[in-house]
Design a protein around this ligand. Structure first.
Ligand SMILES: [Cu+2]
Length: 324
């Protein structure tokens, strides 16, 4: 059993460094991201959520198979948590993987103000890595004085590509370099907490393998064209062997918006001797979860008829439900 307490409240963080004022945010514990919640697969998770905001909130456990009453959807699965109230979420966690938590109450503002954090459900038999690193990608729309632009839900964003910001962060700081030692094997858990921004990361000089998507293990594979593409709310677990030479630097570039590509950060090698000569040979496949696979061989095809004509043949075919 793992027990945590999350307090949703206003706070101030140094989002863009010491040359700017601190940014007023909403966060769990007044920080952003919220604390890393860790629990072992199959264990019981209990989180007391205290609301010290001036408005109602809930917490949704994104991607985790929870009992309906724990899903955090206001007015549907629970009454929203009123200011001053505490709500206890508790459930067991059937699937290992990289997940996150955030409100489902006015998410377009509450998430964009910083209410989110990582939820790591550890495998019973974890794969062997030298380090487990979390990168929670954030995207903020800030004014020149580093304060959040207060235009949530405006028609332009809602009608277009969503709220894309002007300041990208990793773990809610301006990205700092990832310092590594040659020969290390790193599990990099990427979480995209941005409301709308997509990322396509290229790790120059490295060949990351995707080992899980949205928490669920996949056959380890290199991303197409070496671009690690991650949309809002997605998670990707990467396995990266640090094959660079001691003392070298390697760019991590985000090229999703091709006219706006930029250096997100750098992988920087220490001068230390390589940890090992060759990458470790151990399997990188994660053990399968208990999530049922869709039975595609028994899927039914539904033809959709509009106005007498046949359109979108197969549009509705789908085996089993999808979760979000
Ligand atoms: Cu979500």
């Amino acid at each position: 059993m793992a027990a945590y307490r999350l307090t949703a409240k206003a706070g101030q963080v140094s989002l863009v460094g010491p040359s700017y004022p601190e940014t007023r945010i909403w966060g769990y514990g007044g920080k952003v991201p919220g604390p890393v919640l860790r629990v072992r697969q199959g264990e019981w998770l209990r989180v007391a959520v205290e609301n010290r905001l001036d408005e109602e909130t809930t917490v949704h456990w994104h991607g985790v198979r929870v009992p309906n009453a724990m899903d955090g959807v206001p007015h549907l699965t629970q009454k929203p948590v009123a200011p001053g109230e505490t709500f206890i979420y508790e459930f067991d966690v059937p699937d290992a993987g990289t997940y996150w938590y955030h409100p489902h109450q006015r998410s377009f503002e509450q998430v964009a103000r910083g209410l989110y954090g990582p939820l790591i459900i550890e495998e019973r038999d974890p794969v062997a890595v030298d380090r487990d690193v979390i990168w929670m990608l954030g995207d903020w729309r800030l004014r020149g004085d580093a304060q959040i632009v207060d235009d949530f839900g405006n028609h332009m964003d809602v009608g277009m590509a969503g709220r894309i910001g002007n300041t990208v962060t990793i773990n809610d700081r301006l990205p700092t370099e990832l310092r590594v030692r040659a020969g290390e094997r790193v599990r990099l858990r990427l979480l995209n907490a941005a409301n709308a921004r997509m990322f396509a990361l290229v790790f120059r000089g490295h060949r990351p393998l995707i080992i899980a998507m949205d928490g669920q293990p996949v056959e380890p594979h290199e991303p197409p064209n070496g671009r690690v593409v991650i949309g809002p709310a997605m998670r990707l677990d990467l396995m990266i062997d640090m094959v660079g030479d001691p003392g070298t630097r390697h760019e991590v570039r985000d090229s999703f918006y091709s006219t706006n590509a930029y250096t997100l950060t750098e992988i920087v090698y220490s001068d230390a001797q390589p940890l090992r000569r060759d990458p470790p040979g151990a399997a990188v496949s994660l053990p399968p979860n208990t999530m049922p696979e869709p039975a595609l061989d028994r899927a039914e095809r539904h033809d959709v008829v509009f106005g007498g004509g046949m359109m979108g043949r197969g549009m509705m075919s789908r085996a089993g439900g999808m979760t979000r």
